[in-house]
Design a binder for this molecule. Structure first.
Ligand code: GAL
Length: 820
């Protein structure tokens, strides 16, 4: 190579944002003008110029999200031992029924602007699904196996004069995942150009070993290439004020400095203040490299005697959710606006923690958690050496596990949000002596790479781990479900604390209610006919929030442990949002193809359960939520229980002005009675249900009403953000509700709608949260599900106004949004 390719830039062949930093470092995001083909081709074609049949795409890209859904895709037959299944079944939709299996290629012509002889060129991937093999100009430069991990290659020696061709081969095997893994270059790809004498990639490690209100010690270790070099460090606060600076001695290898910040703004979930370390590498007077690393000043401690987990000396419980990586209708393709919307919804619920189940999180998600004040449990694997899936990570564990852990830690360790690592989820290696060794081996690698954070494993085989010593090895024992074993585990394990690493797995569908209202614990060994006798043929779960899996439980089973056992340090609920794949309890029932576990549905709309968690977790704002909806034509006079999720202790319910009595939360009845207000004998009568809540002294303090809706009259459109960036990436989510003339939601409306976006934006996707819908997310047409759906619109890269027009079944609605 060794030459500049300005003509390619002029031809528009080189795209992406290129940020030049002092010291000559340049970072270019390779986001546009990729060529993509969803089949295997031969070496000659991948290095040649023939672009017939290649589609032009931008990255992040998920090749499978446009479907179509097909029950034959990755249909998984057999017995899932882990779920205690005894009978082999055929599971459709377990990985989302989207065409993610197969081989695909991505190619991109690129150049290195202003390349100077001797510079290093790194090609970095934040994840590539999966088994990426990377070629430059036809020569393989390297490969990775895990589709979720960050990796990079030094491609300097493969570059040639003139244009260069980057090609990436990806392959997703069937029977390799338990959920929708996504497909393709679904995260960022970047080119980093820097001097030979420079900071090593992911070379900085910033810790805050001493923190008080008065001052904080900031330890900065920087790995460098080159000898007799020194580092100047400047720490700036969020406003850009210099708060500390230091210059190291000249040296090589790793250079360590300790700076003091007086009166630091401490990072916390309520005040996520951040600092920036500007690190400059010099050789003599020459500035060789410069990087700015964002970090937070905060103190974490796990100490059973002091109450468990302490954030800045304050006992803090994890009020967390597990999240899979897909973004519903966008698939796995990462988008920061989509992630931010999820976190905004969760923050309002009072959630303070995220677990990236069961793999490495996106860097964008970590950045947002730093900025928005979420604690983070960063996970690595769903499998070690013993298989869950025939083609799962077990195939690579021996050779790759250490490399994967090292990359996870190196790429993410400066994020203040990360407070714990997880080396695995429900790994079958919990059984047997070899598993204990593996647990220790992995934990030691985490400790070696990061001595500041503890390690957990989400354990479901709790009895086995008590016997084998597996649980005793972990820094923090994490229990997945198994609420009946918490006491025992606490007694047997030496750590003095337990984490609910995965909890609840309650299942529900937004706006769907089953009568009679009763608890259903799913029987995984029931035949299809038996299941249909229980659930009917709607393949939906009731939003009375009383249905759960054979291995799991209801939210309150965890609430009592969290509240009554001081040694339980918190929980991570399965899951914050519905995700593609794993449609338990309907995984044998086509067309179910996405989960029912979410506190919010696949479109991001809160289910009733959201308010149950909010009533306990959000301690600042009022929660007063009534369920179900009140449109039960045909159920007149029939028992139709009314539940209220509220932070208030008691309330009175009225149906058309007639009191149904006062309910008060109590520990004396079921666990549900402790957290829900329930009127179980209400007879349905169209009209208005009203709840009046009382404060501690019995004074009426708040009220809410739900009305029987009349005929659908118009659409109500509301956007999560009315002004978005004109960067061609930003998103606004518009909720469309079918309402009657008074604005009441029509909860049974399933209107076929169409969407048109004009002006400064584009239609991106639509989702209605129905786990059985086979309508595709990228088509501008969909039915509302129980009265609602969510349209995602994307900005173009010019500022202006955009209009979303929604039409269907004789009705119309529109909303104007700005891009700036
Ligand atoms: C857990 C598992 C999760 C998910 C969940 C569903 O056992 O860790 O990945 O499968 O069950 O309840």
């Amino acid at each position: 190579m060794k030459q500049i390719l300005i003509q390619l830039i002029l031809l528009g062949l080189i795209a992406g944002s290129c940020a030049e930093q002092a010291g000559g470092r340049r970072v270019e995001t390779l986001d546009s003008n990729w060529q993509f083909i969803n089949e295997d081709i031969h070496g000659a074609e991948r290095t040649g110029c023939n672009t017939d049949n290649w589609e032009t795409v931008s990255v992040p890209h998920d090749w499978a999200i446009k479907g179509p859904f097909d029950e034959e895709i990755d249909k998984q037959s057999g017995i899932i031992k882990q779920n205690n299944e005894k009978i082999a079944t055929e599971k459709t939709g377990r990985t989302g029924a989207l065409p993610h299996v197969g081989i695909a290629w991505y190619r991109k012509v690129f150049a290195v602007p202003d390349y100077k002889s001797g510079e290093k060129v790194l090609l970095t991937f934040d994840g590539a699904m999966s088994q990426p093999q990377v070629f430059i100009n036809g020569t393989k430069v390297g490969e990775w196996k895990n589709g979720y991990n960050y990796f990079y290659f030094d491609i300097s020696q493969y570059l040639k004069k003139g244009e260069n061709l980057l090609a990436v081969r990806l392959e997703n095997l069937p029977y390799s995942s338990r959920w929708y893994p996504g497909a393709g270059l679904y995260r960022k790809v970047q080119l980093i150009v820097k001097d030979e004498v420079s900071f090593k990639h992911w070379g900085h490690f910033i810790t805050t070993p001493q923190v008080s209100e008065k001052s904080a010690a900031v330890n900065i270790k920087s790995k460098v290439s080159g000898r007799d070099v020194y580092v100047k460090a400047i720490i700036k606060d969020a406003a850009g004020n210099v708060v500390a600076s230091h210059q190291s001695e000249a040296g090589g290898g790793e250079i360590e400095q300790v700076l003091t910040v007086e009166n630091p703004s401490i990072w916390d979930v309520d005040s996520p203040d951040l600092y920036f370390a500007e690190l400059s590498l010099y050789k003599g007077d020459a500035l060789k490299d410069q990087e700015t690393i964002r970090f937070g000043i905060r103190k974490i401690e796990y100490n059973a005697d002091k109450g468990g987990f302490l954030l800045n000396d304050k006992v803090t419980k994890f009020k967390g959710v597990c999240l899979h990586h897909d973004l519903g209708p966008l698939g796995a393709a990462i988008n920061k606006a989509a992630l931010k919307r999820q976190l905004t919804i969760l923050k309002d619920m009072g959630c303070n923690a995220i677990r990236s189940s069961h793999n490495m999180p996106s860097l964008e998600q970590l950045e947002l958690c730093d900025e928005m004040g979420f604690l983070f449990l960063a996970e690595s694997f769903d499998e070690w050496k013993k298989p869950k899936m025939k083609n799962g990570y077990n195939l690579y564990f021996d050779e790759w596990a250490e490399k994967d852990v090292v990359n996870l830690v190196h790429a993410t360790r400066n994020h203040p949000c990360i407070v714990m690592w997880s080396s695995g989820n429900e790994v079958p290696d919990q059984h047997g002596a070899a598993g204990v060794k593996r647990a220790k081996w992995l934990q030691d690698i985490f400790h070696r790479e990061d001595p500041t954070r503890p390690v957990t494993v989400g354990m479901d085989q709790v009895e086995a781990t008590m016997k084998s010593g597996f649980g005793a090895v972990m820094d923090i024992p994490g229990l997945n479900y198994r609420v009946h074993l918490y006491n025992d585990a606490y007694e047997k394990f030496p750590q003095g604390m337990l984490l609910g690493s995965e909890t609840a797995s309650t299942v529900s569908t937004r706006g769907f209610y089953r009568f009679p209202v009763e608890q259903i614990k799913d029987d995984y060994n029931a035949s299809k006919a038996q299941k249909e006798a229980i659930y009917g043929d709607t393949y939906q779960c009731s939003s009375y929030d009383l249905e759960y899996c054979g291995w799991s439980n209801l939210p309150e089973d965890d609430f009592v442990l969290q509240e009554d056992k001081p040694w339980v340090i918190g929980e991570f609920v399965w899951t914050g949002f519905d995700y593609l794949g794993e449609p338990t309890p309907f995984d044998q029932f086509w067309p179910s193809r996405s989960s029912y576990f979410g506190i919010c549905d696949l479109a991001g709309l809160p289910k009733d359960r959201y308010y149950l968690y909010r009533s306990r977790w959000n301690t600042k704002d009022e929660t007063l939520h009534i369920l179900p909806h009140w449109n039960w034509e045909g159920r007149e006079g029939e028992t139709t229980p009314v539940f209220v999720y509220t932070n208030y202790n008691s309330a009175e319910l009225f149906v058309n002005g007639v009191s149904q009595g006062v309910q008060t939360k109590t520990k004396d009845k079921s666990k549900q009675h402790r957290y829900r207000l329930m009127w179980n004998d209400v007879k349905y009568q169209a009209g208005t249900i009203k709840v009046v809540a009382f404060d501690k002294d019995g004074n009426a303090i708040a009220e809410k009403e739900v009305h029987t809706a009349g005929a659908p009259h118009h659409f109500e459109l509301s956007a999560n953000r009315k002004v978005i960036s004109a960067d061609g990436k930003d998103l606004s989510y518009v909720t469309v509700s079918v309402v009657d003339k008074d604005g009441n939601l029509c909860p049974n409306a399933n209107h076929q709608l169409s969407f048109e976006v004009t002006g400064a934006g584009l239609f991106k996707a639509v989702c209605n949260g129905d786990a059985t819908s086979l309508e595709m997310f990228h088509q501008p047409s969909m039915k509302t599900f129980n009265g609602q759906l969510v349209v995602t619109v994307q900005s173009k890269d010019q500022a202006g106004e955009m209009k979303l027009l929604v039409k269907g079944e004789g009705l119309k609605g529109e909303i104007l949004l700005q891009t700036k």
